[in-house]
Design a protein around this ligand. Structure first.
Ligand code: ARG
Length: 565
């Protein structure tokens, strides 16, 4: 528990009948500095004692006596507000950041626990779509947020590499594929084969039967079918990997839907044994009508198993393999119903861990600038998006800082960072409208702005050019603008906690924007490097701590922090 909150909790515990954890979880940070540093709302006590919260706040204030590090206690409306000793606070906060460095913000609350995170999970033989990018970026951030809390994280790419569409692709490839150029096939070629298949199948419906036959062969392990399928998979993975490398998104395992092919029969047997399965219109289903949901389809009339069946088998497999405490799926909101259905089936199968499965849903990314969607009809090629971001940033750097060394490397870190930040900074279940001018603006609430603030702090430290030490006079860091920043830095660990609890990386983005805003207010009000040595030392120490927190924050959400921009 935060040292200062702890002091407040022990003061309040003496004078109320509330438990420590009840007090702790209610403590808030007042919106403005002059109201105090922490506040305790009296609504709960008001219910227990049957008195208005305002009078409780006043009575409590009378009987509570401040002890260091608390210097003042005041009732404001229904709140008891606490003021801390600013120099004690600053010393504690800044020294902690200075000592913990890259690990400031992390703790071990999750040690011994495992979280499985299923993210990106694109479909083979198709281009990575925008929602797979969003999923990759959000999933990667959640991975690092949980890692920072000491969890053991398992990142899984649940590739869509199974299903009747592979029968269609095999038919198309065998009929119209060009054997001689096989080796150079790309995902775009595979896509064209799909399109061709559907055009031809309209004229000649027998092709659909042929495709079903080939998928059956594939499910049965026919060597030709397997070889072609593996070939499609290799082509796709090569393209996906290029994007994951650019984004620096990593997976512990690529375990696609095909992997569960041999397990689905057992899964279906268990579902049947529980009396959950029934035949409806020749298909095998779990009736979910009592739960106001459409049925969960397990097997079609042609015997082919389905997405949902494989997800249920995958969940059982993951429990057996990782014995997880939580299992999360970072998948767009359009699949809400799918996950509600499979979680319900798992629950009905008697798995208590079904309640520990979470669908981390997210909204759409739309493009304001129609230009991005021209090259391949409506498809936004993500590689183009990332490359364009890098090129645009490269131009801005050329204008702003033509003498910068390593321009290409910095443009890459900032360009990619801009896309990641744009993706993460909106609450995840909201839709995003992607607009280049907003995303790349060095002065807006963007990745480049945060990175630029970080680089400016590095530049101050380069100018100072002396070792930074914590042996400074903390009495000199008491001004409001200065103290507001220090308090903000102290919040970092709790922001990570909250981001984890709500699976919401946007909290970290908002936090970083706040830190940059507070830093700029401090920096615009006071001179950091001056002739007054003692003062310079203290302010430099704060600058270094701010740099560290911004770096750690960006790092957790998967963004680099270049020293120069
Ligand atoms: N392949 C699916 C799609 O592109 C996403 C899979 C998400 N993960 C899962 N376990 N269902 O829509």
């Amino acid at each position: 528990m935060d040292y200062f909150i702890k002091s407040i909790v022990s003061l309040l515990k003496e004078k109320t009948d509330l438990r420590e954890d009840e007090i702790e979880k209610r403590i808030e940070i007042p919106p403005v500095l002059k109201m105090g540093d922490y506040a305790f709302p009296c609504y709960t006590l008001s219910k227990i004692l049957k008195k208005p919260p305002n009078s409780i706040a006043e009575e409590l204030t009378k009987i509570l006596h401040p002890v260091s590090p608390i210097t003042g206690i005041r009732a404001i409306g229904p709140y008891v507000n606490f003021f801390v000793d600013r120099s004690i606070f600053s010393e504690r906060a800044l020294k902690k950041i200075h000592e913990e460095k890259d690990s400031y913000g992390s703790d071990d609350t999750g040690s011994g626990k495992t979280i499985v995170i299923d993210y990106s999970s694109p479909n083979i033989a198709k281009h990575l779509a925008v929602h797979h990018l969003r999923s990759a970026v959000i999933g990667n951030a959640i991975y690092h947020i949980y890692k920072a809390l000491g969890y053991s994280c398992v990142g899984i790419n649940h590739l869509g590499d199974w299903g009747t569409q592979f029968g269609q692709l095999i038919v198309a490839y065998r009929r119209w594929g060009d054997e001689s150029t096989r080796k150079t096939y790309t995902v775009t070629d595979l896509n064209s084969l799909y399109v061709k298949f559907h055009q031809e199948a309209e004229k000649n419906p027998a092709l659909e039967d042929e495709a079903r036959e080939w998928f059956k062969k594939l499910e049965a392990g026919d060597p030709e079918a397997r070889t072609l399928w593996q070939h499609f998979k290799d082509i796709s993975l090569k393209e996906f990997q290029k994007l994951y490398d650019m984004l620096e998104v990593h997976f512990d395992a690529y375990i696609g839907e095909s992997f569960y092919n041999t397990m689905v029969e057992d899964t279906i047997r268990r579902i049947k044994e529980k009396g959950l399965a029934k035949i409806s219109e020749e298909a095998l289903i779990v009736d979910l009508e009592p739960y106001n949901m459409p049925p969960c389809l397990l097997r079609k009339k042609d015997d082919a198993t389905l997405y949902a069946t494989r997800d249920i088998a995958a969940a059982e497999y993951r429990m057996r393999t990782y014995n997880f405490d939580k299992m999360t799926y970072v998948v767009g909101s359009e699949q809400k119903l799918h996950f509600k259905q499979i979680f319900k089936v798992l629950e009905l199968m008697g798995y208590d861990w079904a309640s520990r499965c979470v669908h981390i849903d997210f909204g759409l990314m739309k493009f304001k600038d129609g230009k991005m969607s021209t090259r391949k009809g409506k498809v936004v090629l993500l590689e183009d998006l990332l490359i364009e971001a890098i090129e645009r940033i490269r131009k801005i750097i050329e204008e702003k800082n033509p003498l910068l060394e390593d321009k290409d490397a910095v443009a890459k870190e900032v360009g990619i960072g801009a896309i990641i930040f744009a993706d993460l900074s909106t609450k995840r279940n909201k839709d995003i409208v992607f607009d280049w001018d907003t995303v790349l603006n060095f002065e807006g609430e963007t990745g480049p702005y945060v990175q630029y603030t970080h680089a400016r702090l590095c530049s101050i430290l380069r100018k100072y050019n002396q070792p930074v030490t914590g042996e400074v006079n903390y009495e000199l860091l008491k001004e409001d603008e200065t103290f507001r920043l220090i308090k903000n830095l102290w919040q970092f660990p709790s922001v990570i906690q909250r981001a984890a609890e709500s699976y919401e990386p946007s909290l970290l983005c908002n936090y970083l924007i706040d830190v940059c805003g507070n830093l700029n207010r401090f920096y615009n009000t006071y001179r950091v490097l001056s002739d007054v040595e003692e003062l310079t030392k203290a302010r430099v120490f704060l600058v270094d701590a701010t740099r560290q927190v911004i770096k750690n924050g960006l790092n957790i959400i998967g963004i680099h922090s270049p020293d120069r921009m």
